[in-house]
Design a protein around this ligand. Structure first.
Ligand code: ASP
Length: 404
């Protein structure tokens, strides 16, 4: 009997939860399975993005169109992030997760605040001084920058650029093939990632902070059910069910790995194969999203800020709340798509509105669990962008015909 891929992943997930709960911390022996899978996925990322994006841009070859595509993508990302953070704050008010929380002070470690790059530096950093170094170090924004230029120049060069284009086309196909092979192992990866987490987090860590977890989970669910459903239906003309089903493997893997950057090859594959988005659009919108679009992280920042304020009995003013929306939107842009990055960025938000940094220690113990929810939303947000942007600005000449 052949079990379909999504069912395989779900079975692996449930099995991991059951075994993790029964065996406890000793289940950690399976963690190399998860780590091996993560490494396999990561090795695909750089060559996949580079070759697919170059191919997409070169075949489109239209500078204006690429500019429009970029503008729309960034605008969508900013708007959804601002909605996400507002939702996080709203749910934080409703749930009052900081009321009546008992945490012994010794569990609270004072975190070291990160010095974030200045606004100007962040932008300057997008321009690579050595594109090969960017490739080696996996600097996604720099790679996108380089690929855009190469793609545009290939188109401009004309005939002489064609062999190079064909090379990248072939290379990109090969990377998709490899992604296909690796993804077959996703159920094993999910099992290896989830079981140790369930084994490690006993109920004793989770219970006192259950309200925080519930608040983040509910806000994430609402954002996905309302914002993304609306966006894919109204703008992308796609049934939300088709969307959620198509992106499910990537969402589950994001949940398991807590890394949207690490999920990227699966997201690209799901979006192109299950949702019919062109490879060119996906290879631009998705890596950009995995780097700058973090709706789940924004939601989490909102809930966490209210939780910490409530815990310390601090009333936030309307001005402070508004600055949370602004700063958390910017902070979510600066958050890397790796596990725990959102927690570090929370220091930035807390410092900016003058809340005690020690508050980080309150949520640090359950960060991994919150991270799972937010990363899953981060990935779905990127995928929703790919669907709607592809409707208006598909970046590929051989886009499959859309049903009229
Ligand atoms: N882990 C998240 C991600 O990869 C980022 C975060 O920590 O919020 O998308």
């Amino acid at each position: 009997m052949k079990i379909n891929f999504l069912t395989q992943i779900l079975i692996a997930f449930i099995l991991a939860v059951i075994l993790g709960a029964i065996v406890g911390p000793a289940i950690d022996i399976v963690s190399p399975l998860g780590e091996a899978f993560l490494r396999l996925i990561r090795f695909i990322i750089v060559p996949l993005i580079l070759t697919t994006l170059i191919t997409g841009v070169a075949s489109s070859g239209n500078l204006k169109k690429i500019g429009r595509l970029g503008g729309k993508t960034v605008a969508y990302y900013l708007v959804t992030s601002a909605i996400a953070i507002t939702l996080g704050l709203g749910i934080g008010y409703l749930f009052q997760p900081g009321e009546g929380v008992q945490i012994s002070e010794e569990n609270i470690e004072t975190p070291v605040a990160e010095e974030p790059d200045s606004f100007v530096d962040t932008f300057l950093n997008i321009i690579p001084t050595n594109p090969f170094q960017s490739l080696v170090e996996g600097e996604i924004l720099q790679i996108i920058f380089f690929a855009l230029f190469v793609g545009i120049a290939i188109a401009a060069v004309g005939e002489k650029g064609q062999p190079v284009l064909r090379f990248f086309q072939g290379f990109s196909e090969i990377m998709f093939k490899i992604t296909g092979y690796v993804i077959l192992l996703a159920p094993i990866g999910v099992f290896g990632l989830i079981a140790p987490i369930v084994g490690e987090y006993g109920l004793s860590i989770i219970l006192p902070l259950l309200k925080v977890i519930a608040a983040v989970a509910v806000a994430c669910l609402l954002h996905v059910a309302i914002t993304y459903s609306f966006a894919v239906k109204a703008i992308g003309k796609m049934s939300p069910i088709t969307f959620f089903k198509g992106i499910a493997p990537a969402s589950i893997f994001a949940f398991s790995s807590a890394s949207s950057a690490g999920t990227l090859p699966i997201t690209i594959k799901n979006v192109t194969e299950n949702l019919g988005v062109s490879k060119g659009t996906s290879s631009f919108v998705l890596p950009l999203g995995a780097t700058i679009n973090m709706d789940g992280t924004a939601i989490y920042q909102g809930v966490a800020v209210l939780f910490i304020a409530q815990f310390y009995g601090i009333e936030l003013t309307v001005m402070q709340l508004l600055s949370v929306v602004l700063i958390a939107t910017l902070a979510s842009i600066g958050t890397a798509g790796v596990p725990g990055a959102g927690l570090i960025m929370l220091t930035l938000v807390l410092t900016n509105i003058g809340l005690p940094l020690e508050g980080i220690g309150l949520v640090a113990g359950i960060d991994r669990i919150l991270d799972m929810f937010r990363t899953s939303v981060n990935v779905m947000g990127d995928a929703s962008a790919a669907v709607i942007i592809d409707r208006s600005e598909p970046l590929e000449e051989d886009t499959p015909p859309q049903p009229s």
